[in-house]
Design a protein around this ligand. Structure first.
Ligand code: MLT
Length: 409
């Protein structure tokens, strides 16, 4: 009989957000009258900006005319979008990139999951804990995780606990690790790293010849000057880091799908004979075989986010979500719950009052019909916490917080 990839047997039975959905569906079925509000998955609720829609429609029309129709596009993405990214997201921050270093894709989730393929399965992985589950699970699937222990840790992965005790600042690993996943502003804790704090990581990677996989999907939510928007703002980062960005949370593209990954040409890794290779070339090689690019209309739509009107509309949406974050933080002030984050990120990380994350999830669902994300779903150090998202309508945010405030803890 056909054999399976047994690494899959090490995974939890279902993906975090699928487990939550199943629980919510069951509750809704049993309580058809319940008006459930989801403060769980971080999915945008505001429509695409009008500037984006206009460009999107025009590009769709172009696809319907023989003079302007387009078949396969360049696998790495159209240069009009890659140029706009360099000019708008990097140049103003003093970061110089060339076109060959920018790869357009259909999501930071896919890219952060796929990137590990170009590295040896012998590499030691480090993750902050709690963490976006995709980084861990993609490595477990590839065989870098090993079995799950009783504490919820994969044997061969290095966990860097981030808790209130260390102010959610991940400690650099004591041992040498090869690949380090960092996500800042952070999902799920909603906390951020200053330039000096991020520099410690770049220095660690340079000293240990490691590579940082830097997920900047929430960059647009940064409000404070002292927080870097790109890891390349740190000297030396071009030699040690890959950066992932997305239009999903920035411009409402969760259902439209467009993102990009930066792989600098200086970044190198070696083979088993000690010969060095450009990581950029390997990623290009991987993408040209396995990926055919993002559709033309979607790339035109993404480029429209950089027009004057597009930027203005995006700014308004981000302001809207960050006002939700402020409402959540202010409401939590009226409770005995301790909370973190929500200043430079659309997530608020809350300590559960003497109960486990899943017990608290059940209590909130049953007593307030509010769905949150249990912290333990993001890793063992997430136990005793839960995550609230600011991605909701104002009305739902206010109503959810009103209900949470009423609960006796
Ligand atoms: C989350 O809720 O953590 C995000 O929506 C997940 C994602 O971006 O895939």
């Amino acid at each position: 009989m056909t054999l399976i990839n047994e690494n899959y047997l090490h995974l939890e039975e279902s993906y975090l957000f699928s487990t939550i959905n199943k629980k919510v569906e069951k509750y809704q079925k049993e309580n058809p009258e319940a008006n459930i509000i989801s403060m769980g998955i971080g999915d945008v609720t505001r429509p695409l900006p009008q500037a984006v829609i206009k460009a999107f429609k025009k590009a769709v029309e172009e696809m319907g005319r023989k003079e302007t129709f387009k078949g396969y596009g360049p696998e790495q993405g159209y240069s009009f979008l890659r140029e706009a990214i360099i000019e708008n997201d990097y140049k103003p921050r003093g970061v110089e990139l060339n076109l060959e270093e920018v790869f357009i894709s259909d999501g930071a989730k896919c890219d952060t999951a796929n990137i590990q393929e170009i590295f040896s399965t012998e590499n030691k992985i480090a993750i902050t804990d709690p963490v976006y589950p995709v980084y861990v699970e993609s490595n477990v699937m590839a065989g870098r995780g090993g079995p799950l222990d009783k504490k919820g840790r994969y044997k061969n992965i290095t966990y860097l606990p981030c808790t209130a005790e260390n102010n959610f600042q991940p400690p650099t690993p004591e041992e040498k690790v090869d690949l380090i996943y960092l996500c800042y502003p952070n999902n799920p804790t909603g906390t951020s790293l200053t330039k000096d704090q991020l520099k410690e990581w770049v220095d660690y990677a340079m000293d240990n010849k490691s590579i940082i996989l830097f997920d900047g999907a929430y960059e647009a939510y940064i409000q404070e000057e002292r927080i870097p928007h790109s890891i390349y703002e740190i000297e030396g980062a071009r030699e040690v880091a890959i950066e992932f960005r997305s239009f999903s949370k920035t411009a409402g593209f969760t259902g439209t799908r467009c993102a990009y990954t930066i792989v600098p040409e200086e970044l190198e890794a070696e083979d088993s004979q000690g010969k060095t290779h450009q990581v950029n070339k390997l990623w290009k090689r991987r993408q040209t075989t396995k990926f055919n690019g993002v559709s033309y209309p979607v790339q035109v739509a993404a480029a429209a986010t950089y027009t004057e009107k597009g930027r203005k509309e995006i700014k308004e949406s981000i302001k809207y979500y960050m006002e939700n974050a402020r409402i959540i933080r202010e409401s939590l002030e009226d409770t005995s719950l301790e909370y973190y984050g929500g200043v430079n990120a659309p997530y608020i990380w809350v300590k559960t009052p003497n109960m486990s994350s899943w017990q608290f999830f059940d209590k909130l669902l049953e007593e307030a019909q509010v769905v949150v994300t249990p912290g333990t779903g993001f890793g063992p150090s997430g136990e005793g916490y839960f995550r609230l998202t600011a991605f909701n309508t104002r009305k739902n945010t206010k109503e959810a917080m009103k209900r949470i405030k009423k609960i006796e803890f």
